[in-house]
Write a protein that binds this ligand. Structure first.
Ligand SMILES: C[S@@+](CC[C@H](N)C(=O)[O-])C[C@H]1O[C@@H](n2cnc3c(N)ncnc32)[C@H](O)[C@@H]1O
Length: 281
């Protein structure tokens, strides 16, 4: 199968070849997919050529969107320019589960798959898990598909579209009774669920505002997965500083049991994760 670059090169002047994107995201499956690509301004006049090439390269792609700017707002959404119009609600196949989503309405990234699997591997039978920034619920699904003996995942989401997709995803993956989906603000709802075994805080830009609450909610010996941003020179320094400060303020013994770069976030900036074991006595 030829690459995007190989297909569009004959249609784009030679001096712009090094600007042609090497990759793009595909969300969806054989039943229909949407492709999402970043195109630099130098290729403005060739954006539709690139869109058409993506459709030709992948027969399941029905719509092509160009990502414009960075994620914005509390729902963490991109703005998109439509290069090839088509349906954007898709069913994404990941590992052994399905995720229904419309990336124009809710957050979802197929690039987080490795992180979902890494979290799922850590979860033990009978756990109760608090998942405050749940989006369409992919971490809940990944965890429950790997560890069906989890007692409950309490999944809180503010964006109504994401919440309704999460309800669909619970049904689609036959997880009724295993997820408690809640539509609302985590700041108001998290405190109702104290004593949980694990908290998954998947909001790299802002989870620190909920970290103190998460540390208070988890049981003695429980785990908090804290996401934050780190620079190339100092990947974990700021995140670890926040953990140290809150734990000492609360009088908890916190141990960072693992550190991980989840993926790139922006040039020289990474989404990172700390796994924190919280001791309370
Ligand atoms: C980075 S996304 C992660 C979503 C999901 N966990 C995933 O991995 O696909 C963060 C999500 O938190 C939601 N959110 C932001 N602030 C929130 C709040 N105060 N309470 C509940 N959800 C919130 C956003 O709407 C968004 O869907």
């Amino acid at each position: 199968m030829p690459t995007l670059k190989e297909v569009v090169k004959p249609l784009i002047p030679r001096e712009l070849w090094d600007k042609i994107p090497r990759s793009f995201d595909i969300i969806g499956s054989r039943s229909g997919a949407v492709a999402i690509i970043e195109i630099p301004p130098e290729l403005e006049n060739y954006k539709f050529v690139i869109g058409d090439a993506i459709i030709k390269l992948n027969r399941h792609v029905r719509a092509v969107l160009r990502r414009v700017g960075a994620r914005e707002g509390e729902f963490r959404l991109y703005k998109y320019e439509v290069l090839v119009p088509g349906p954007t609600e898709v069913i994404h196949k990941e590992s052994n589960y399905l995720i229904k989503v419309d990336p124009t309405k809710t957050y979802f990234s197929p690039r987080d798959q490795g992180d979902r699997e890494d979290i799922a591997r850590q979860v033990m039978p009978n756990e109760v898990i608090l998942y405050p920034f749940a989006g369409v619920g992919p971490y809940a699904v990944a965890v429950l598909k790997r560890q069906p003996l989890v007692r409950l995942v309490i999944a809180i989401e503010l964006n109504e579209y994401a919440y309704y997709y999460m309800l669909d995803n619970i049904k689609l993956n036959r997880l009724e009774g295993k997820v408690l989906p809640l539509l609302g603000d985590a700041a108001k709802l998290m405190g109702l669920f104290c004593g949980v075994d694990r908290v998954i805080l998947t909001l790299p830009l802002g989870a620190h505002r909920f970290l103190k609450q998460a540390l208070m909610c988890v049981r003695d010996g429980g785990i908090v997965h804290f996401y934050h941003l780190g620079t190339e020179e100092n990947l974990y320094g700021e995140a670890e500083g926040l953990v140290r400060n809150y734990c000492s303020e609360l009088g908890f013994e916190c141990q960072v049991i693992s550190r991980r770069v989840v993926r790139d976030y922006a040039p020289y900036v990474y989404k990172v994760r700390l796994d924190i074991k919280v001791g309370k006595f």
